[in-house]
Design a protein around this ligand. Structure first.
Ligand code: SF4
Length: 367
């Protein structure tokens, strides 16, 4: 396939691995931020191609995985109401709450629908004025523009029966939380290319300078990832800590200005909880006060719900690069994609699900 095959060329991948073998003179630990990159790394065996001195740990970049349990519980509570049509992308339906998921609410008769865009939910609200239509707005900076557009349209149409359950998180504050944590072993980052396609990469420069870490904006195909690793290790070997853009075919320094302007109009920065990690200051988005009428938490009175995370699942450590899925005693035993205990086993971008699919027989060693 054009624009895909050329980024999966095996001979070129082996050349990158050879270059890295000649480049790395001591151990380096890098973190890929995005769950899509994690999936590609495990699927294509990129980590197994690398020299022993270069270790990859997996970051918090799967939006399904980091959505906190209490937000899942809020979704379940709202979706169970008789006059609500609850809309979500399909990957949220099997994320476990305390004792059920959205799929089981649907099976019990709840009106839970999979949509492919938040604008589909706006359309449903127009078609069914007798129903309260709620869209589960989960994700990083990548999905924020479409969710902002949905609210913008609903406001323009004066829809009184549309709202968003917002659980938006932002990548740079999570990277800073990882870097500031005691015992952090991450020495360089592969930043998520699609996030930077929206937001640009200027906001990473203060992080690179403050923590002396190279940050390479990286794409998702095997050769993208290998080039990102190469650029990161080259900086480390040369004692540099800069922001570089490997994914120049999709990312500009300033990002997508109209998309950013729309997000800023509709949302403001706020503290957010991350599943397994806890609250990180200024790490998420919430609706601005002028769009408060579209806030499902306020509309349905669930804003104050609080739920403790179960201690058995160590996905918080996995998401911070402090453990790998095989370190979890429940991996592939009590926790499988069919019966997930934690969100990192549900989403195809989750590290546990990726290891279960591609490495089940090989895991067992820590990072
Ligand atoms: S294997 Fe399951 S229980 Fe263990 S960390 Fe992953 S999601 Fe959590």
């Amino acid at each position: 396939m054009r624009f895909v095959d050329e980024y999966r060329d095996e001979a070129a991948a082996r050349r990158y691995a050879e270059l890295l073998r000649g480049l790395a003179t001591r151990p380096w630990t890098l973190m890929e931020v995005c769950g899509g990159q994690t999936h590609a790394i495990v699927k294509f065996g990129i980590d197994e191609l690398l020299p022993a001195d270069v270790t990859l740990v997996h970051g918090p970049g799967c939006p399904v995985c980091v959505t906190p349990l209490e937000m899942i519980e809020k979704a379940l509570e709202i979706a169970s109401l008789p006059d609500v049509t609850f809309c979500s992308f399909g990957d949220m339906l099997r994320v476990p709450g305390r004792d059920r998921d959205l799929q089981s609410v649907k099976a019990e008769g709840g009106d839970v629908r999979i949509v492919y865009s938040p604008l589909d939910a706006v359309r449903l609200a127009r078609q069914h004025p007798d129903r309260q239509v709620v869209f589960f707005a989960v994700g990083f900076e990548t999905t924020a523009p479409a969710n902002a557009m949905a609210v913008f349209q609903a406001a323009a149409l004066r829809l009184a029966n549309f709202s968003l359950l917002v659980s938006h998180v932002l990548v740079p504050p999570a990277m800073e939380a990882i870097l500031a944590a005691p015992g952090c072993r991450v020495q360089g980052f592969l930043a998520a290319g699609h996030v930077c396609a929206v937001m640009g990469y200027r906001e990473y420069r203060p992080l690179a300078e403050k923590y002396r870490v190279p940050i390479v904006v990286t794409g998702f195909e095997p050769l993208d990832i290998l080039e990102g690793i190469y650029l990161c290790v080259r900086q480390l070997e040369e004692g540099r800590a800069e922001v570089e853009n490997q994914y120049a075919r999709a990312v500009r320094e300033e990002g997508n200005r109209p998309a950013r302007a729309l997000v800023t109009d509709v949302f403001e920065i706020a503290a957010r909880k991350w599943r397994g990690v806890g609250e990180i200051p200024s790490s998420g988005l919430r609706l601005r006060e002028r769009y408060a009428a579209f806030d499902a938490e306020r509309r349905f009175g669930v804003a104050d719900r609080s739920v403790e995370e179960p201690t058995e699942c160590i996905s918080g450590l996995v998401l911070q690069g402090q453990a790998k899925p095989g370190d979890c005693p429940a991996f592939a035993g009590r926790c499988t994609p069919e019966h997930p205990l934690g969100a990192t086993m549900v989403s195809s971008e989750g590290a546990c699900a990726a290891y279960h699919r591609y490495r089940r027989l090989a895991v067992g060693t820590g990072p």
